[in-house]
Design a binder for this molecule. Structure first.
Ligand SMILES: *[C@@H]1O[C@H](CO)[C@@H](O)[C@H](O)[C@H]1NC(C)=O
Ligand SMILES: *[C@@H]1O[C@H](CO)[C@@H](O)[C@H](O)[C@H]1NC(C)=O
Ligand SMILES: *[C@@H]1O[C@H](CO)[C@@H](O)[C@H](O)[C@H]1NC(C)=O
Length: 712
């Protein structure tokens, strides 16, 4: 009877209201595009991949969810006391602890010490390889971009803060939905020989050797669409290393595609914070490629896998082919992006307003700083697996089959040739303990034992678990391989179920690289094969076991509310209250560690000089106008219209949330309407330095038109 009346009550409420649980939700998006010229793009570590313009802008997309029952009538957002979590997705190769700490520092200046902290804000990256670098504080990652680049860092920090501030001031009652479905033809495994080393009974639990599921959170109010976040594991390398225009790769394209979709665009609303915010977040993409057609030696149709036995002919290297490779890499990027965009829209619309998809339950978070090399894992038989100080294996410099550098080193190298031993003497020969700890990895960069000019790779990581009802988001500062991600998610779920969670409703999502960067995580079995991902698993063969141990502790602590107890490995974050007067030295301070602790602060990128117009011209003068030719759709497939202007260096002003170009269309009333800017995929802004001595440069603005381009 009791049960029956409860059911009746719910049924009545459902008819009055839509019968879906509500939270307070805010979404916001802001530009993080930094210098688009003279600075290295970061991801491929290609020394001549230096930015010279924009293909698409890069953004931070922020989502705040607050426990709703905390909002008394008439209170304002700043007085809310309920738990809140913040998830930010950024169009970057990865994230750093320093950037996160600076974001939090600025938020705390604005909103006080209790609202936003290292514990409840997660910053995750899309892993694009086409945005500028310089925001990672460890030396190994500074080498390919020539340092710590404040120009990039400040654009990124400001953009992330702006996105969160917008979300903060737009909190309103709304619903969060969950949905998941398979997306095919969009990713493949680039290291299948390592994947196959995992136990057969484990592999038998899965149909594919990469995760095909896209997982989505949708955000809407009773009458408006607010945004979505989805996770799908696929590397951001559709745009290849010959590109020099800043862009967000396939996930950046997918966001662009959804956000300009007419279903979600309300043209009567012009403030950017009211737009639909669509984040395409990254998951366990370590061994996952967008090159769905496979890997071939350039100039041939010979398949390759990056090993010595499949070595490419002289002057040819192993490279991936995306679905549009015959047209070009930007077409592959569009297809991989569009596949994700279409799936995300379908998942969003299917779940919107449906009680069975709507999340309810507590909002919660847990975060720790993990001292990785101190970690020991006690096995059931009493033996101990120890994690190591960081180091990179020789196969790391072999690169991947997505983009092989072709320097005569091959993947799956477990034995160090004598000449590399010789070369290594000039870098650092690892201590015997370190070499043994990492075996069978032949160490090329003994990063954990090198501190000149400062630490080469991190020893301390920020691990974080967010909870939104039955959905748990694990933020990892690394690129997990497919099986590593599966094992971690399973382990977290197992722990939650052990503490009374319902196995049929608990969902665990892996998000990253988030909150920092420490290269890859492969399983123990994959590590033995020493493909690129195994060689770049920096804390040795038991790295994944270490992560599992800490995340199980985080999950346990979240549900039991007991403190985390893992001797020596967990450095408790500073208590997040204004009244805390503990001296800074007794707790771990990421800002201090990463900035003040640096022995040498360097930036070897070219200085910005004063701009001068090209002789006999003024700034903004047209050097070469569009050709006076009419476009006939029947005779032309694609035509590129271009204009060259006398310009200054775009590094002087990245035009955040603005544009370096617009395309305007004449209206019937004689006025002009802007129909394109530099974020559009069919426009390009290119910059050329004409004379370094005189500081003269030009900007080339391009618009690609085809029979698909809209007419009046
Ligand atoms: C667009 O936004 C305005 C202002 O919020 C609202 O009045 C209008 O109904 C919206 N239109 C659509 C189609 O959502
Ligand atoms: C990169 O893409 C361009 C355009 O599709 C192509 O011409 C070039 O060969 C590609 N380079 C590599 C290294 O894949
Ligand atoms: C547009 O051009 C493509 C070839 O580039 C052609 O396949 C297509 O039929 C054309 N569409 C129209 C509407 O003319």
């Amino acid at each position: 009877m009791q049960l029956y009346s409860t059911f009746l009550l719910v049924a009545i409420l459902c008819t009055i209201h839509t019968c879906v649980y509500s939270h307070l939700i805010g979404t916001g998006k802001a530009d993080i595009t930094g210098p688009v010229a003279e600075i290295h793009l970061f991801g491929y570590a290609e020394m001549d991949q230096i930015a010279n313009g924009i293909l698409q802008r890069c953004y931070a997309r922020a989502y705040i969810v607050v426990d709703d029952d905390s909002m008394p009538d008439g209170s304002n957002n700043d007085q809310l006391t309920g738990n809140r979590i913040v998830f930010v997705n950024v169009d970057l190769q990865s994230m750093s602890l320093t950037v996160k700490a600076r974001v939090i520092q600025r938020l705390q200046l604005m909103f006080g010490p209790d609202m936003y902290s290292m514990q409840n804000v997660m910053i995750s990256s899309t892993h694009t390889h086409s945005n500028t670098g310089g925001y990672l504080e460890h030396f190994l990652y500074e080498i390919p971009v020539k340092g710590w680049l404040e120009e990039t860092v400040q654009a990124v920090v400001s953009g992330i803060v702006n996105s969160i501030v917008k979300a903060h001031y737009h909190l309103e009652k709304g619903h969060v939905t969950f949905n998941t479905h398979e997306l095919l033809d969009t990713n493949i495994n680039r290291s299948p020989s390592a994947y196959s080393a995992n136990p057969p009974e484990e592999r038998a639990q899965y149909t594919h050797n990469v995760d095909k599921d896209m997982t989505l959170l949708g955000f809407h109010t009773d009458d408006r669409d607010l945004g979505l976040i989805n996770w799908f594991a696929v590397h951001g390398v559709s745009v290849n290393k010959t590109n020099r225009l800043v862009n967000g790769d396939n996930k950046g394209y997918a966001s662009y595609s959804v956000e300009k979709n007419k279903k979600f665009t309300n043209t009567t609303v012009s403030t950017s914070s009211d737009i639909f915010v669509a984040a395409f977040a990254q998951s366990n993409e370590g061994d996952v490629s967008p090159h769905t057609l496979g890997f071939f030696c350039t100039g041939t149709d010979q398949p390759c896998d990056g090993t010595k036995s499949s070595k490419c002919p002289w002057r040819s290297t192993c490279q991936g082919r995306g679905p549009g490779w015959k047209v070009g890499h930007l077409d592959s990027n569009r297809v991989i992006g569009e596949n994700q965009a279409a799936k995300a829209i379908a998942l969003y619309l299917e779940s919107k307003g449906k009680p069975q998809h709507t999340l309810s339950g507590p909002i919660d978070y847990k975060q720790v700083y993990w001292n990785v090399p101190e970690t020991k894992i006690v096995q059931p038989d009493g033996s101990i697996h120890a994690l190591c100080k960081p180091a990179m294996g020789l196969s790391f410099i072999a690169g991947t089959t997505d983009a092989e550098p072709g320097i005569g080193v091959y993947q799956e190298t477990t034995h160090m040739p004598w000449y590399w031993r010789l070369i290594r003497i000039f870098i650092k020969t690892p201590t015997p303990t370190q070499a043994l700890c990492h075996a069978p990895k032949p160490i090329i960069f003994d990063t954990g034992e090198m501190n000149v000019p400062h630490a080469w790779q991190p020893h301390i990581l920020d691990l974080q678990l967010l909870r939104l009802g039955d959905v748990y988001i694990a933020g990892v500062p690394a690129e997990f391989t497919t099986m590593s991600g599966r094992r971690l998610r399973k382990a977290i779920k197992r722990t939650l179920v052990k503490h009374g969670g319902d196995p049929s409703s608990i969902r665990v999502i892996l998000s990253g690289p988030a909150n920092g960067y420490s290269s890859y995580v492969a399983t123990y079995e994959e590590y033995q094969v020493q493909r690129f991902e195994g060689a770049a698993t920096i804390y040795g063969p038991h790295t994944l076991e270490g992560y599992i141990q800490v995340f199980q502790a985080l999950a346990t602590s979240m549900v039991t509310h007991a403190p985390i107890t893992l001797p020596n490995t967990i450095i408790q974050p500073p208590p997040n209250t204004a009244s805390s007067q503990a001296p800074l030295t007794t707790h771990f301070d990421p800002l201090k560690m990463t900035m003040a602790g640096r022995r040498l602060y360097f930036d070897l990128t070219p200085r910005r000089g004063t701009d001068h117009p090209i002789f006999s011209f003024g700034f903004g003068d047209v050097i070469q106008d569009v050709s006076e030719q009419e476009y006939h759709p029947s005779t032309h497939d694609v035509v590129v219209i271009s204009v060259t202007f006398v310009a200054g260096n775009p590094r002087h002003n990245p035009k955040a949330d603005g544009s370096f170009l617009t395309v305007e269309q004449k209206q019937n009333d004689g006025g002009w309407k802007t129909i394109r800017n530099d974020h559009d995929y069919d426009t390009r802004f290119r910059w050329n330095l004409k004379s370094k001595l005189f500081g003269q440069s030009e900007a080339i603005v391009e618009w690609e038109i085809s029979n698909q381009t809209e007419r009046k």
